[in-house]
Structure formats: structure tokens, C-alpha cells
Design a protein around this ligand. Structure first.
Ligand SMILES: Cc1cc2nc3c(=O)[nH]c(=O)nc-3n(C[C@H](O)[C@H](O)[C@H](O)COP(=O)(O)OP(=O)(O)OC[C@H]3O[C@@H](n4cnc5c(N)ncnc54)[C@H](O)[C@@H]3O)c2cc1C
Length: 427
């Protein structure tokens, strides 16, 4: 089978689809477009910097781009730099693997002065993402403060809690953006209150993620007012020469913010003390509520970790295209970001759908047909490899890499790499 396939989005969903398609139809040519200069989406900019085992999936994807017939075209936003229609005319099949880029917002009254971050944006900031909203916000707002309130009961909430409770040495071997981490001044953090809307048995985090938090030195965890024993066995030795000042992580199940106010430089979170009787913790649906009461928390910063949603049509028109015309995969298709294992399962199904469509359509020119239309600063996989090498080379000895946090810095590396590899006019 032959044909030309365009995949929009070089995150795990796009890469797994390309890998599965290579197995089904090795002769098919695949072009993977991404708006970023760098491949791998949230593997690079979402997955926590201290979870390098998970980030290691990128090595599998690297091999994809080593093979003939697979190209990466970065720094090219489909719907802005090139229209979706142009891709549809040039390729036999177009796959939409654009993920879910926006944090699900908290649907309660929020004073605009209050410091409220989405967990996805905060973790992107700590991952060195040039496009993280927190990058611009953090400058004007300063550090996170001593008291933080986290909303959510999934693995991303655990990532936030763990990263904010870790000491600097604990990031050895990671690729955390040290400047971002320092700007948040997390060593000042004394209390992290986590509100989970449902009961404990409905928390969506993996037990291993909770255990990892419990085992951090200097962290004391209470759950609904009771000290969690696991935290004391593996974590802080309260009263016995602690490694540093203790951070209290207070988890409250069956509580949900009702309003966020701001006064005198601090944030007041009014929370409903409730008991959910139906609905799921991450669904964003309220379910039925019983036994309501009120709690109030005075904090410096609120972080919401309530899942992810599709961007608006203005933010990303491709995410609102006609779902019948293209093959859709990952969060762009299912409405839930999922995890790598889920992305891979859905990608196999998408690849079968692509192979099926290729039986009915082939003969389009593919990338060669639109090469002249690519933006002049579009980047190739070789260009990305130059960025990759430069980031690794400039990292301090206890870090894996030091990411460039502006598109300009990356573009400079690409330009000098191209200058160095261009054939000399005299040869
Ligand atoms: C904070 C956080 C921690 C996580 N930790 C884990 C973990 O430990 N383990 C795990 O298994 N999973 C984890 N996940 C989930 C995992 O990151 C996702 O399952 C995965 O990244 C989804 O892949 P995707 O390709 O669908 O989307 P993404 O990774 O978001 O990739 C989508 C890509 O599409 C590109 N794109 C979007 N629109 C356009 C356009 N118009 N033109 C061109 N390109 C476009 C984007 O730039 C992006 O690169 C985590 C997620 C987050 C947010």
C-alpha cells in the first residue's frame, strides 16, 4: 500500500499513530506537523520533569523519524501557517492529533486579582515551555507564597503537589527549568491544601503517585484532619531534626471551591463542604450534593488540576474541523487527554482507519506538493536534533538538559546549525 499521510500534532497520539501505520503499511509516507519547534507535545512540556522514565518514550519516537518516509515539519501551525484545506488537497489522509491544550476552568466566581493557575500551564512553565501562560503571569505576580490551595484529585494534582514539595537536590537528573522553579520560590511553601470534590475512594490518582508524595522528606500529610501514617513512616520525622521546614499537605475530600475572593494581597477560597452522591471526580459534572457546609481558606495561590479541554476555535481552528473528513486521535478525538498507554491504544485504531481510507485514495503529492508553502522558518527533524544537542550541552552537571525557553533561542540554534552544515560554495 502506498499513499501520503499528514498528521497534525507531533505529541504521543500523532507519533503512536505514525508508528502503528508504519507497521501496517511501511511504504506509506508520513509527514508530522507541529506548531512547536520541538516534537513530542506534552511528553516534553507536560509530563513531570522528575519522571524521566515516562519521558523516555521520546527515544522510541526518535527512531520513527530516523526511518525513511517519515518527516517532521515543526514551527508550522496548521490553520494559521498552512490551511487544513491545503493539507487535504495535498495528502490522501489527514490525521488530527492536536491533543487538549487548555486547563478545564473552575466554574465559580473568581476575583481577577486572585492568583489562580491551571496545573497544565504551571507544569508547562516548570518544563520550560515558551508558550506557558504562567511565564508571563509569574513575572508580574512573583513567587507562589507560603500557602497554596490545589483543586483536583487526579495524577496531575499529584504531580503539582510533589513538584512543589520537592527540594532542589531532588531534581538531580531531571530536566526541570531551574529559572522557572526558582521564580516560584517553592522552598517558602508551608501549607498545601488539596480539595477533592468526591470521597477518597473516588480519587483518580494512582496509588503509586500518592505514595511518592507521602515519601518526600519534610512533608506531613493529613487526610480530612487525620495524619496519614504512610507519610510519617516514609516522610518527615516531625520533631526529629527535619531535613528542612516541614510542608503540611492537608487533603480534604468532599470539598469544592464555591468562590475565590481577593483582599489585602491574599486570596480567600470559600469552599463547600459536601458529600457527592453521584458523578465522577474528573468529569466536571457536579453530581448530587448532600450535607453542604462552608469552609474558608486564606492562601496565596490557587492551582486547579481538573482535567483539560479543547481550545476555542480562535485558539485552534483545526480542533473544530469537521470530524468526518479527517481521522481523529487522542484527546482531540475522545475529549480526555488520557495517558500514554491510552494514547497508544487509540492510535492503533486510528492507524487502521488511515490504512482503510488509503485503499480508496492515493496519488496525492504529499509534502513535496506543498513544500513551497511552508513557512520559511519551518524546522526539520535534523533542526530539532541540533536544538536537542544544544540543550544537553548547556545543562549543568546534575541536569539532563537545560531547555531553551524562547522560540527565538531555538531559532538561533537552528540557524547556526544550518550555517555550519551548509555546503561550502567552493566545494
Ligand atoms: C502535567 C501532565 C503530566 C502528565 N504525566 C503523564 C505521565 O506521567 N504518564 C502518562 O502516561 N501520561 C502523562 N500525561 C498525559 C500525556 O502527556 C498525554 O496523554 C499525551 O501527551 C497526549 O498526547 P497527544 O498527542 O494527544 O497530545 P499532546 O501531547 O498535547 O500533543 C499535541 C500536539 O499537537 C500540536 N498541535 C496542536 N494544534 C496544532 C496545530 N493547529 N498545528 C500544528 N500542531 C498542533 C501541539 O503543539 C502538540 O505538540 C501527563 C499530562 C500532563 C498535562
Amino acid at each position: 500500500m502506498t499513499g501520503e499521510v499528514a498528521i497534525i500534532g507531533c505529541g504521543p497520539s500523532g507519533c503512536y499513530t505514525a508508528l502503528a501505520l508504519r507497521r501496517l503499511a511501511p511504504e506509506v509516507k508520513i509527514t508530522v506537523f507541529d506548531g512547536r519547534l520541538t516534537p513530542y507535545g506534552l511528553v516534553r512540556y507536560g509530563v513531570a520533569s522528575d519522571h524521566q522514565g515516562t519521558k523516555g518514550v521520546s527515544r522510541q519516537f526518535d527512531r520513527l523519524f530516523d526511518s525513511d518516509g517519515v518527516e517532521f515539519v515543526g514551527n508550522t501551525v496548521i490553520g494559521r501557517d498552512i490551511s487544513l484545506k491545503t493539507l487535504e488537497q495535498a495528502f490522501d489522509v489527514v490525521v488530527i492529533a492536536t491533543g487538549l491544550s487548555e486547563d478545564r476552568p473552575l466554574q465559580v466566581p473568581i476575583d481577577p486579582e486572585a492568583r489562580v493557575y491551571g496545573a497544565g500551564q504551571l507544569l508547562r512553565f516548570l518544563n520550560g515551555d515558551p508558550d506557558s501562560h504562567v511565564r508571563s503571569l509569574a513575572g508580574s505576580h512573583g513567587p507562589l507564597g507560603t500557602d497554596l490551595l490545589l483543586v483536583g484529585a487526579g495524577n496531575v494534582a499529584m504531580d503539582v503537589a510533589r513538584l512543589l514539595c520537592k527540594t532542589e537536590e531532588a531534581f538531580a537528573g531531571s530536566d526541570i527549568d531551574d529559572e522557572a522553579w526558582l521564580s516560584l520560590a517553592t522552598p517558602d511553601l508551608r501549607r498545601l491544601t488539596l480539595l477533592a470534590r468526591g470521597p477518597r475512594e473516588r480519587a483518580c490518582w494512582d496509588a503509586s503517585m500518592f505514595t511518592e508524595l507521602c515519601r518526600l522528606p519534610g512533608v506531613v500529610i493529613t487526610v480530612d484532619g487525620e495524619v496519614e501514617e504512610r507519610s510519617l513512616s516514609g516522610g518527615a520525622e516531625v520533631g526529629a531534626s527535619p531535613v528542612r521546614d516541614v510542608i503540611h499537605v492537608d487533603i480534604h475530600f468532599n470539598e469544592s471551591p464555591a468562590a475565590i475572593e481577593y483582599a489585602g494581597g491574599r486570596t480567600l477560597v470559600r469552599a463547600r463542604r459536601t458529600r457527592a452522591t453521584s458523578g465522577s471526580e474528573d468529569s466536571g459534572k457536579p453530581g448530587e450534593w448532600a450535607g453542604a457546609g462552608e469552609e474558608a481558606y486564606v492562601v496565596d495561590t490557587v492551582v486547579t488540576a481538573m482535567g483539560f479541554v479543547r481550545p476555542t476555535v480562535e485558539q485552534n481552528p483545526v480542533a473544530h474541523a469537521d470530524p468526518e473528513r479527517q481521522v481523529w486521535v487522542g484527546g482531540a478525538h475522545s475529549g480526555a487527554l488520557g495517558n500514554l498507554a491510552e494514547n497508544r491504544t487509540l492510535a492503533k485504531i486510528a492507524a487502521e482507519e488511515v490504512a482503510d481510507r488509503l485503499k480508496r485514495s492515493s496519488g496525492r503529492p504529499g509534502l513535496e506538493g506543498i513544500r513551497d508553502l511552508l513557512p520559511p522558518d519551518a524546522v526539520s527533524f535534523k533542526d530539532w536534533e541540533a536544538i536537542d544537542r544544544a540543550e544537553i550541552a548547556r545543562a549543568r552537571s546534575d541536569r539532563l538538559r537545560w531547555k531553551f525557553t524562547t522560540r527565538e533561542e531555538m531559532a538561533d540554534v537552528v540557524e547556526s546549525h544550518r550555517g555550519a552544515t551548509a555546503p561550502s560554495p567552493t566545494t
